[in-house]
Design a protein around this ligand. Structure first.
Ligand SMILES: [Zn+2]
Length: 273
């Protein structure tokens, strides 16, 4: 009978991945400290460089060394500026934390917890300088990177400058090497929306980026120092800065969180009178 031969050569089954706490007798660091792909370092002792760890009698699973590599790659490709690298939800605090700030904190926390690919309703953190908008946005990226989500951080002005610098007057287009990651990142933070002088080119470029992400159901988180309403007669609103069309698109694709409060950096640095 042909079925009798089946058990002679067992197939290699996929086995559950290693728990964070480690389910093997040796601690992860001991067996795996040499997992980096450095020429001088011995090859990873769990997978011998294959990326697949064989569990005797059970099967194979993705090796920890590759997971570490992929997290390091996510961190570096997110391009979080060094001065914000430390920003997480755990170290977010505000001396005079008020209702606005804690609501924004709660939304950041919720977004990290509930995120799934295709979730397309992002956030706009709207408020004066120094209330923690960038900190919260970076904290969202850090939390999502922990979950393995490819993220990208850009300061609005810096992004526009990079696009502008790569603009080719002959082809009348900007290089895709700048734009592709902005289009493709699962989650994008665009910091200081509206900070650049609002020319037609700036508005068209932003509309193109944001529409592309919107159509592809990619999540975007914005911060802005501009408000929807004028606080003084000479104030510019966010709509003045980015245009009516873009502001209304943001209403569709994001929840706006108004944060009122004092600049915490001033409070920390101010000499005590
Ligand atoms: Zn390995």
């Amino acid at each position: 009978m042909p079925t009798d031969n089946r058990k002679k050569s067992p197939a290699l089954f996929a086995v559950p991945e290693r728990e964070a706490s480690g389910d093997d007798s040796l601690p992860f660091e001991e067996t795996h400290a040499r997992g980096k792909r450095d020429e001088s370092a011995p090859v990873c002792q769990l997978c011998f460089g294959t990326g697949l760890e064989v569990v005797p009698g059970k099967g194979a699973r993705p090796c920890e060394c590759r997971k570490k590599d992929s997290k390091a790659k996510l961190v570096s490709s997110a391009r979080i500026p060094r001065r914000y690298e430390h920003c997480t939800l755990q170290n977010f605090y505000n001396v005079k934390g008020n209702g606005f700030i804690w609501r924004a904190f709660g939304e950041a926390q919720r977004l990290i917890k509930e995120y799934y690919p295709g979730m397309d309703r992002g956030l706009v953190f709207m408020g004066p300088v120094g209330v923690g908008k960038t900190h919260l946005s970076v904290a969202i990226l850090q939390g999502l990177i922990e979950k393995g989500v490819p993220c990208l951080f850009y300061e609005f002005g810096a992004l526009l400058k990079e696009i502008q610098d790569s603009y080719n007057p002959v082809s009348k287009s900007s290089e895709l090497k700048v734009l592709a990651p902005v289009y493709q990142a699962e989650v994008l933070v665009l910091d200081e929306l509206g900070a650049s002088k609002p020319t037609d080119w700036v508005r068209d470029t932003m509309m193109q980026i944001i529409n592309t992400r919107y159509n592809d159901k990619k999540l975007t988180v914005f911060t802005t120092n501009f408000f929807d309403t004028r606080r003084a007669p000479a104030d510019e609103t966010l709509e003045d800065r980015i245009g009516v069309r873009l502001r209304s698109r943001l209403y569709e694709m994001c929840k706006t969180l108004l944060i009122e409060g004092e600049d915490y950096r001033k409070r920390f640095d101010a000499p005590k009178a």
